[in-house]
Design a protein around this ligand. Sequence first.
Ligand SMILES: C[S@@+](CC[C@H](N)C(=O)[O-])C[C@H]1O[C@@H](n2cnc3c(N)ncnc32)[C@H](O)[C@@H]1O
Length: 205
Amino acid sequence: MQFIPPLDLDQLKGFLAKDEAEALFQAALLTSKNGPVLEIGSYCGKSTICLGMACRENGSSVFALDHHRGSEEHQQGEYFHDPDLYDPGSAQVDTFREFRRNISAAGLDNTVVPIVAASELAARHWNTPLGMLFIDGGHSLDAALADYRCWVGHLLRGGVLAIHDIFPDAAKGGQAPYAILRMALNSGLFEETARVNSLALLRRL
Ligand SMILES: C[S@@+](CC[C@H](N)C(=O)[O-])C[C@H]1O[C@@H](n2cnc3c(N)ncnc32)[C@H](O)[C@@H]1O
């Protein structure tokens, strides 16, 4: 099935290339029949919309987990800081308002379940098996390891683990997502099925 975005994704704030958007949609289309999708790191909803469109097709849901306070690189003075997403009232980044607006505009209010919390906190009492897990949260080594350890055990056999921002060459990008990719492969629990741009797709054996 072809991915037809409900709105122009290029106009949305976010960090996802076109080919990665298509790959996320196709992976969620295959796996969300078996269980819901959970993503860590929704930002303004770009990836959420791709996953959500597939889940809607299958009558499934996407849990969109983000504390909406931005990662290290989104904070004031950092390279990816966006002043439009800074709330002077709380003196913090706040991407939730923009996220909510985009999800509604995409017609996905009945498919996307936002979880506004830190990844480790949300995982504490989680008990639902997942058809797909997309990791695109904090990119420090501690954050990526925590996301991997907290969530991978909930993935169903045959489910898909997608990890964004894979850069085998350290000169091209941070190494934390690549570290958890290698950890997944070394565990013997996953096989890599595709690499699309900086997105790795793995199948839980
Ligand atoms: C690179 S952005 C995600 C980009 C998004 N997937 C897209 O399609 O544009 C990373 C997001 O992870 C969130 N984040 C970072 N650390 C987190 C944590 N420990 N728990 C929850 N969210 C976190 C940040 O708030 C930020 O919105």
